[in-house]
Design a protein around this ligand. Structure first.
Ligand code: GLA
Length: 376
């Protein structure tokens, strides 16, 4: 039976509060010091544990998911996300490992858009385009954290106040993301946003998953299903053309379980792998719907992704080139992890036909994405 209690901090911890259930498993939330940024801001690490011993670690720098321990078919745990062992790693240049990305995830063409008759210019940090919120996006900001008591499981809420004009965007935006680890082996990410001026908002998580563990080679054998009949084709700078194209008969068809590597050599004009947005078939506003299912035949681990978002960017770590030395000294190479970034479509702010990313004052932006784990 789940009983609520406050448990005593372990060595090195500042405090801890949470839930306990199964005899040996201290389910709950534990907080630790995670060092300081170069300008002296303290960073904290929160460990969420569920009744089955599954763990998720999140730091206040970038609201980054740094570790996710998941059992395989024999009950053996492995960390299934790429990242670093310490803050020093996360402060180096890296491709958004585990990060909360905003204010606008994905690309904005030429870093330009107009809103309510006003033109906005963003930093172009990805060839000719703006990517993932700019030079110093939400992934490089220190968020405020507070453990929250939710019936669903151990949870921590992260808040970041992005000032009017930051990275070229309008409006003071308060963004939150609550990470909850439930006893159904789900990691839930609930996002909210409120603003005092109209602004585009598109938040996502940029975790790189490897269901065999991040030191175990590439993910090309993982079997991927994406619940999408269409995708948004792009130009060669990965900006959507505006068309919604059927996946049928293309190497982008994952409507049935398909090894990620199966059609890799048929991809033309793509930078060595998948990096595209799928139009989710089955999403309504009421609740999160199944967007993708991934199974690793080696470990038997299965991850299902549910989301309220209309799109999901499937990215196969094409730009991992061995420059990032990660956990335990592992050098991350091409295709060592995959991302499933639930979000609105890229460059939505310049496409009137795409679901809108504009948040108006008085309204609340909401996004829910759930990663559910099982094994067989
Ligand atoms: C996203 C993009 C990719 C790449 C990665 C970060 O997934 O779609 O093109 O920029 O982020 O390296």
């Amino acid at each position: 039976m789940l009983c609520k209690l406050v448990f005593v901090a372990m060595a090195g911890c500042l405090c801890a509060a949470g839930f306990a259930s199964a005899a040996d498993t201290k389910a709950g939330v534990e907080k630790k010091d995670y060092g300081k940024t170069p300008d002296g801001v303290a960073v904290e690490e929160y460990t969420l544990t569920n009744a089955h011993g599954m763990k998720a670690k999140v730091i206040t720098y970038g609201a980054i998911l740094t570790e996710l321990d998941v059992p395989d078919k024999d009950g053996k745990f492995a960390d299934v996300v790429l990242g670093f062992d310490d803050l020093k790693g996360y402060l180096t240049k890296h491709p958004y490992f585990g990060a909360t990305v905003g204010r606008v995830a994905n690309r904005v063409a030429k870093g330009k858009f107009s809103l309510d008759g006003k033109d906005y210019t963003l930093a172009t940090n990805n060839g000719p385009n703006a990517l993932h919120g700019g030079e110093k996006g939400f992934d490089k900001r220190v968020w405020k954290a507070e453990p929250v008591e939710l019936k669903k499981g151990a949870a921590v809420k992260f808040t970041y106040k992005s000032a009017d004009g930051e990275e070229g965007y309008s409006g003071n935006l308060t963004a939150t993301v609550t990470y909850t680890l439930t006893d159904k082996n789900e990691l839930r990410l609930d996002y909210t946003g409120t603003t005092d001026k109209a602004t585009p908002v598109n938040l996502t998580n940029h975790s790189y998953f490897n269901l065999s563990g991040p030191a175990s080679g590439d993910i090309l054998g993982h079997e991927m299903t994406i619940v999408a009949q269409k995708f948004t084709p792009t130009d060669d700078t990965l900006i959507p053309t505006g068309e919604l194209k059927a996946v049928k008969g293309t190497p982008f068809d994952f409507t049935t379980p398909t090894p990620i590597g199966k059609h890799l050599d048929e991809l033309k004009g793509n930078p060595g792998g998948y990096d595209l947005n799928y139009v989710l078939s089955d999403v309504d506003d009421k609740g999160a719907s199944l967007a993708a299912r991934v199974r690793d035949p080696k470990s038997g681990r299965v991850m299902e992704v549910y989301t309220t978002e209309p799109g999901i960017q499937f990215y196969t770590g094409n730009f991992l080139d061995g420059t990032n030395k990660g956990k335990g000294g592992t050098v991350y190479k091409k295709h060592q992890g995959f991302c499933l970034e639930a979000q609105h479509f890229p460059d939505s702010v310049n496409h009137k036909d795409f679901p809108s990313t504009i948040l108006q004052p008085g309204k609340t932006y909401k996004q829910l994405t759930v990663y559910q784990f099982s094994a067989k």
